[in-house]
Design a protein around this ligand. Sequence first.
Ligand code: ZN
Length: 251
Amino acid sequence: MFRNVVCGLSLVAIALSTGCQSKPGSVTAKRTVVVWSEGTAPKDVYPNDINGAIAEGLKDLKGWDVVVAGIDGPAQGLPDELLNRADVLIWWGHKRHGEVKDELVNKIVKRVKEDGMGFISLHSSHFAKPNKALMGTACSWGAYVGDSTTLAVHVKDAKHPIAKGVKDFTVEHSERYSDPYAVPTPDSVVFDGVATLKDGKVDPSQVGLAWQIGKGKMFYFQAGHETNPIFYDANVRKIMLNAVQWAAPKK
Ligand code: ZN
């Protein structure tokens, strides 16, 4: 009977993902979220990189297998077996976008558009290859300046499932992204926000945007600079929990 038991939270080793398979027809089939990052976040802020911090925040998801993956793993962290059973893929990248193979990007796009896998794209992943391929636009922001102190996040679409139980909050955030964001019109701007700059000025921008892309759901969250530990913040973790459940295909 134990053959049908899928493994639980895999926080540490990327390699764990390969030993953690749900069997076809399993009576205990869990849903799977894969948290991917590129291993470039500073270790003093994110000792287990950003994927580890996000996965830790998802540990209370009942009935979910939470898997961490990274670009240095086999098949750049997403062997077919894992990608094909992922209900949701969370992506954080910054410095290594160019290393991601086009073949993998094509597989991710297919999984989203044709199979309904959810895709959650974070911060500097606006320029990640899968993010750009799914959006089909330049995905540039008006400006990127390291001159902010905080980002106040406002719930703009309170009825959206990703906003459930989330109240307005503020995080320390040292990098400002300025509108406009060159993407297709979202189905919802779930969150917007205001960056406060070191000189006291403010800069409002979109913070959380949601789309339907083919059969799949996609969510982009603007905050998440690697020197700001926001993925340990309870509000951001709540948003990640909600986003995973919203983005998962209905069964
Ligand atoms: Zn950044």
